[in-house]
Design a protein around this ligand. Structure first.
Ligand code: IVH
Length: 674
C-alpha cells in the first residue's frame, strides 16, 4: 500500500467506524457484526502504527463509543469511563500478562493473579453515591461525557438507592442489560403494539435506559451487574477480588462466574468453561474480561490511550454452523441498491435459529461461488445478521447463480456504476421499493418544496394508492372529496395542500430535474445540465443520443459518473414516461439563462490550450452569453475550437474532423461582432 492509499484508507475507516458507532450507540441499530467492527478498528490501528504521521484528528482510536445524543442532559464523569483492549487468542492473553510483567519489572516466577468474569453485552453505567445515597447515574457516552439517566436508573430493581456502610463517595460501574428471556418477551409486546422491535438485548437495554420519560424505562425489564468503580473516597480493598466482594456486600449484584485465578492458564480454563456455558447463560456475553488482581499493580500500570494496561477483553470467536443455502433472493433497498439474501434451511447457531444470511453483493456470491442448493458454513457474531463464510460444495455441477440485470421490484434495468460492486435499480421514479424515499425527495425543500406533504401524508396517500410516482402528486385534486372524508383532514388543510401543489406547477426546471432524484445530480449539477441543454427534453434527447455519455461528460461540472447516471436514468423507459407525465402536469418554466439569440445559439465550442487575455471561465461565460455551449472535448458535433498556445490532442482532433479552429484573437472578434 502506498502512503497515499494508506491516507485514503484511514479517511474511509474514520468515516465508516464513526458511522457504525452512531448506528450502534445512538440508533441501537448495528449493521455489522461485532467481529467485523473489531476488524475495522484493528485495520485502522495497524495502519496508524505503520504511518503515525497520517493519524487523523478524527481518528476512531481517539474516541470511545459515541458522543452522547442531545435528548438527555450531559454529565462529565469524575473519572473517565474507558474501554478495553481485545484479545482474540490464548497467545494474546499470554502477551498481555507478559507486557504487564515487563512494565512492572516482575521476575518470571512471580505469580500474577488474574480475575476473570463474563464480558456482559450491555450498556455501561456509572452510579454515584454520596453519603450512601444514589445521587447520579450516567451512561458512558464518549468516555468523558455521558448522559444523565438518574431518574431512569432509579427504576431498576437491581440497583440499590441507599447503601449502609459505604464510602462517603462511591461510584459503582457496571453493565445495565436485559436478559435473553426478557428481551424476547419485550420484543413480542413491542411488535404487538406496533412499537420499535430491537435487534438484540443490548440494543433493547440501551433503548430502554435512554428514555426521556423514566416511566418508559420503568416498564422495561432492565438489570444490572457491577464490575468496577470510578471515584472513591476510600479504597474498597487491596485487590480486585476483595473490592468486588465489598461491592457485593453493599448490595450490588456481581456475576456468579466472577473468579480469581493464580495465572493466565487457570484464567484461560475459566474462559473455556464460560464459552461452553454461553448459550445457556441467561444474558448475552461476548467474551471474558481478565484483570490483574492487585490494585497497587493496576495503579502502576495505568492506562494507554483509551484502555487500561491492567485489563483485557478476551473475545469469543464467532459461532459457526453448517446448513443448505436453499434460495438466493434479491432485495431492493430504499435507495435502489440490490442486496442478495440467502434463505437457509434453518439451523441453530449459538442458541439462535438462523434462516437468513446477507450475501452482501454480487462479488461476494462470485467469491464464494454460491449457487442455490450449496452446503454452506455460516457464522454469527454478536446478534447481527449472520453471514456465509465458506461454500462446502463449490465444485458441484449445478448452474451458477445468475445475478439479475433487472430490478425484481419494478422490472427496470439494474446496473453497477463503474468500479462499484453494488448494483442499483435505475427505475428510481417508478420503483415501489424506492417510492417513499423518492417522493420525500421530490417534495423536499430544495426540490419541489411542497408544504404539507410530509412523510406521514405520503405514506397515507401511497397506502391508498393515490400516489405511486411524483406525477400523481399533481393529480391529487381528483381525490379531494375522499380526502375530506378522512380523519385529520379538514377543508382548510385539504385546500391548503392542493394550493401548495398547484403553486408548484410552473416551477423552474432545475428544481424539477433535481427532484427526479437521479443519482449524483444535486441542484448545482441540475443547473449546470440545464444551462447547457436548456430544457429537460433537450437533456433527455442528448442523454439518449449515440454519444450520450460523452456529450453529457462534456458539460462543465459534469464528470463521467454523473454522465452515466443521467444516461442510465433516461435510458429506462419507465423513467421517460414519468418525466413526460411530469412535464405535462408541472409545465415547468424553462430554465432562464442569460444567453442572447445569436448565430452561435445552440452551437458547441471547445476552448483548448492556454488563453492569454482571459480566463477559461470567462471564455466559457462569453460563449454561453452567445447562446453557445462550452464543451470539454472535441467531437463531430463541435462547431468551433478556440486554440491557444500549447493546444495538443484536441486541436489535432479538430483538424482531423475538419472543424473550424480560431485563435484567441479571432474569438474576441467573434464575441464583439455577435
Ligand atoms: S471492566 C476501564 N468488566 O466492556 C474499563 N467491563 O469494552 C474497565 N464490560 O465499557 C471495564 N462487562 O462497559 C469490565 N465484566 C466486565 C465487563 C465490562 C462488560 C464493558 C464495559 C466497558 C466495555 C469495554
Amino acid at each position: 500500500m502506498t502512503e497515499a492509499e494508506a491516507g485514503r484508507r484511514l479517511r474511509q475507516l474514520a468515516k465508516e467506524i464513526a458511522r457504525h458507532n452512531r448506528l450502534y450507540h445512538d440508533q441501537d441499530a448495528p449493521e455489522i457484526s461485532d467481529a467485523d467492527y473489531d476488524a475495522l478498528v484493528r485495520e485502522n490501528a495497524a495502519l496508524e502504527a505503520e504511518y503515525p504521521h497520517l493519524v487523523r484528528a478524527d481518528s476512531p482510536n481517539a474516541q470511545v463509543g459515541a458522543a452522547p445524543s442531545s435528548a438527555l442532559a450531559k454529565v462529565t464523569h469524575a473519572r473517565p469511563m474507558l474501554s478495553l483492549e481485545n484479545a482474540f487468542s490464548a497467545e494474546d492473553v499470554h502477551d498481555f500478562v507478559r507486557r504487564a510483567r515487563r512494565f512492572l519489572s516482575l521476575s518470571e516466577d512471580e505469580p500474577v493473579a488474574l480475575t476473570a468474569e463474563p464480558k456482559i453485552d450491555g450498556l455501561s453505567a456509572s452510579l454515584r453515591y454520596e453519603g450512601g445515597t444514589l445521587v447520579l447515574a450516567a451512561t458512558r457516552g464518549d468516555g468523558t461525557v455521558g448522559e444523565d439517566v438518574t431518574p431512569n436508573v432509579r427504576t431498576i430493581n437491581d440497583i440499590p438507592q441507599q447503601l449502609t456502610g459505604a464510602p462517603d463517595v462511591l461510584e459503582v460501574r457496571g453493565e445495565v442489560y436485559m436478559s435473553k428471556a426478557d428481551f424476547a418477551a419485550l420484543n413480542e409486546r413491542q411488535a404487538a403494539a406496533g412499537g420499535k422491535v430491537f435487534a438484540n438485548p443490548r440494543n433493547g437495554a440501551a433503548g430502554s435506559l435512554r428514555q426521556k420519560d423514566p416511566a418508559n424505562t420503568a416498564a422495561r425489564p432492565l438489570r444490572f451487574l457491577a464490575h468496577g468503580w470510578g471515584e472513591l473516597s476510600e479504597p474498597l480493598g487491596t485487590t480486585q477480588a476483595e473490592a468486588v466482594e465489598h461491592l457485593r456486600a453493599l448490595g450490588f449484584p456481581v456475576d456468579e462466574r466472577f473468579g480469581l485465578f493464580p495465572g493466565a492458564d487457570a484464567a484461560l480454563a475459566h474462559y473455556a468453561a464460560i464459552e461452553h456455558a454461553r448459550a445457556d447463560l441467561p444474558f448475552d456475553i461476548d467474551g471474558v474480561v481478565y484483570k490483574l488482581d492487585r490494585l497497587d499493580w493496576q495503579e502502576r500500570l495505568g492506562f494507554v490511550g483509551r484502555a487500561p494496561r491492567w485489563a483485557i477483553a478476551h473475545k469469543f470467536p464467532a459461532e459457526k454452523a453448517e446448513t443448505t443455502l436453499e434460495r438466493i433472493e434479491i432485495q431492493v433497498g430504499r435507495t435502489g441498491k440490490l442486496t442478495p439474501i440467502g434463505r437457509l434451511r434453518p439451523v441453530g447457531v449459538g442458541g439462535v435459529i438462523v434462516s437468513n444470511v446477507t450475501l452482501h453483493n454480487r462479488d461476494e456470491i462470485a467469491r464464494l461461488g454460491l449457487r442455490e442448493g450449496d452446503r454452506v458454513r455460516i457464522q454469527r457474531a454478536g446478534d447481527v445478521i449472520p453471514q456465509v463464510v465458506e461454500n462446502l460444495t463449490p465444485d458441484e455441477d449445478r448452474p451458477a447463480f445468475r445475478y439479475p440485470d433487472h430490478c425484481p421490484a419494478c422490472g427496470s434495468e439494474a446496473v453497477a456504476e463503474e468500479g462499484e460492486v453494488d448494483i442499483r435499480c435505475t427505475g428510481g421514479l417508478v420503483c415501489p421499493a424506492q417510492r417513499l424515499e423518492r417522493l420525500k425527495h421530490f417534495v423536499s425543500r430544495g426540490a419541489m418544496d411542497i408544504d404539507g406533504l410530509g412523510e406521514k401524508t405520503i405514506v397515507e396517500f401511497a397506502d391508498l394508492g393515490w400516489i405511486e410516482k411524483p406525477s400523481d402528486i399533481f393529480r391529487l385534486g381528483v381525490h379531494r372529496t375522499d380526502m375530506l372524508g378522512r380523519e385529520g383532514w379538514k377543508e382548510k388543510s385539504v385546500d391548503a395542500l392542493l394550493a401548495a401543489i398547484e403553486a408548484r406547477k410552473g416551477f423552474d426546471s432545475a428544481r424539477l430535474l433535481f427532484g427526479l432524484g437521479i443519482r449524483h445530480v444535486g441542484i448545482v449539477t441540475a443547473r449546470d445540465l440545464l444551462k447547457c441543454f436548456g430544457t429537460i427534453d433537450a437533456l433527455q434527447a442528448a442523454a439518449r443520443g449515440d454519444d450520450g455519455i460523452a456529450e453529457l461528460s462534456a458539460v462543465e461540472g459534469v464528470g463521467p459518473v454523473v454522465a452515466e447516471a443521467v444516461h442510465d436514468f433516461f435510458h429506462e423507459p419507465h423513467n421517460r414516461e414519468e418525466v413526460a407525465a411530469l412535464l405535462r402536469f408541472a409545465a415547468p418554466a424553462p430554465f432562464v439563462s442569460q444567453a442572447r439569440e445569436t448565430e452561435w445559439s445552440g452551437k458547441t465550442i471547445v476552448f483548448t490550450g492556454s488563453l492569454e487575455t482571459m480566463s477559461r471561465d470567462e471564455a466559457k461565460a462569453q460563449a454561453e452569453r452567445l447562446g453557445a455551449r462550452a464543451a470539454g472535448s472535441v467531437s463531430a458535433k463541435t462547431d468551433l475550437v478556440v486554440a491557444g498556445p500549447g493546444a495538443g490532442s484536441k486541436l489535432k482532433k479538430a483538424e482531423e474532423l475538419g472543424i473550424r479552429v480560431a485563435t484567441e484573437e479571432e474569438w474576441a472578434r467573434i464575441v464583439a461582432e455577435a
